[in-house]
Design a protein around this ligand. Structure first.
Ligand code: NAD
Length: 384
């Protein structure tokens, strides 16, 4: 057995921990580039505290999921400001943009030089400026991953910039910051975290360290996602979901994902649906297809036993089997009102392109069984 595990240099978790950021940031730099989500307002208390610690701040607001155009604008602004520290506060969109800016402040050339799949995929050579990530969704786990996902409009797909050097210096996970998420965002981001935990746990690149992390994350998401959706002020549920999200990031950065993420990369570049919504819609469909394909073509695969284990972790029933886990996920997605992808103008004539592009994604390679093009088409049809 061989495996590696790498994560952010330091992780601080807990209610109110955002207050620890300004003094720690002051040790890392004096001119911060602060990347926020659409609502800059959410970062206001932090900006005030940073200023009290004599840190000069330039802010950049990411209007939606980041594209190469948005990321380039952010990099340009940070270069002009001569920023020596980057802070991302927001959902995965703000955190990913922050990670790209930190990397591009020290590495010369164009963004495309470093992009996977559609770019030149060159490795970063210079250590990025210090980067602090503060998630406000629960979520993507992007605070502890070594990649950033960017939409590339001219290729109609999302791809990653990825490097071990992109692991943030400090991740501060303060569950209180997630209390303001409305139910729809709690649902889609929470189902993204659940998807990541499930996909890594059954992935063919899972290792004992990611296994332990996924089990704990699955248990917490299983007992708390519905609660957080129904009552956003439920402290225990918000804390569980912040941990589930963090753990999903720790796990995905050190193993591989699966077909949900294999399909969501191309889909995210072709339709305007948020990443979490795409994952939420595809999760029960991919689970069903995977379990059926494993039963038909690889009945001795250890992944089947893993689906049984997931069922036990999610339902809390000691005798649950894969089929019960699948029913639980289907029921949860229905209760959390996951919208069909047709609402985002996904058309049947796009399916072959999505399937062809998904074959090139690194996530698809982690799926525990190779799904045929027909099986992938069927998933998309049902997801519509
Ligand atoms: P997001 O960052 O796009 O945010 C979704 C919406 O929620 C936005 O409108 C945002 O303003 C709002 N929001 C954020 N925090 C809020 C809060 N506390 N209260 C109220 N509203 C809030 O969504 P996301 O799902 O966190 O991130 C999605 C992006 O992350 C996608 O681009 C996806 O591809 C990427 N991603 C990256 C990784 C990685 O490892 N790098 C992993 C998974 C997903």
């Amino acid at each position: 057995m061989r495996f590696e595990f790498a994560t952010a240099t330091r992780i601080i978790f807990g209610d109110g921990t955002i207050q620890q950021v300004p003094p720690l940031a002051a040790e890392m730099g004096s001119c911060a580039f602060v990347v926020t989500g659409r609502t800059r307002q959410r970062a206001k208390p932090l900006l005030e505290q940073l200023s009290k610690h004599r840190i000069k701040c330039v802010t950049f607001s990411v209007p939606g999921e980041p594209t190469t155009t948005i990321a380039k604008a952010a990099v340009l602004q940070a270069r002009q400001a001569k920023s020596d520290l980057v802070i991302g506060i927001g959902g995965g969109s703000a955190l990913d943009t922050a990670k790209v800016v930190a990397a591009m402040l020290t590495n010369s050339g164009q963004l495309e030089d470093y992009l996977e799949v559609v770019g030149r995929g060159k490795p970063l050579t210079q250590r990025p400026v210090p980067c602090i990530t503060i998630p406000t969704t629960a979520g993507t786990g992007a605070e502890v991953t070594h990649n950033a996902v960017l939409g590339v409009p001219e290729h109609r797909r999302k791809v990653s910039m990825r490097s071990p050097l992109m692991l943030p210096h400090l991740a501060v996970v303060d569950p209180v910051l997630t209390y303001s998420m409305p139910p729809s965002i709690t649902a889609s981001t929470g189902l993204d975290a659940l998807t990541q935990l499930m996909e890594v746990y059954v992935s063919n690149k899972a290792n004992p360290l990611t296994d332990g992390i996924c089990r704990e994350g699955l248990k917490r998401a299983g007992r708390s996602l519905r609660q957080a959706y129904q009552d956003g002020s439920n402290r225990t549920a918000r804390e569980d979901m912040a941990i589930a999200s963090l753990f999903s990031g720790l796990a995905l950065a050190n193993a591989k994902l699966g077909a949900v993420h294999g399909l969501s990369g191309p889909l995210g570049g072709m339709i305007s649906a948020p990443h979490g919504v795409i994952c939420a819609r595809l999760l029960p469909l991919v689970c069903e297809a995977n379990v059926q394909a494993l039963q038909r073509r690889a009945a001795s695969s250890p992944a089947l036993a893993r689906y049984d284990e997931i069922a036990r972790l999610l339902t809390g029933m000691a005798t649950a089997q894969a089929i019960d886990g699948l029913a639980w996920v289907q029921e949860l997605c229905a209760a959390l009102k996951t919208p069909p992808l047709a609402e985002f103008a996904l058309k049947e004539q796009d399916f072959p392109t999505v399937v062809a592009k998904s074959g090139k994604s690194s996530s698809m390679k982690g799926n525990p069984v190779t799904l045929t093009d027909d099986e992938l088409m069927e998933i998309l049809k049902k997801g519509q």
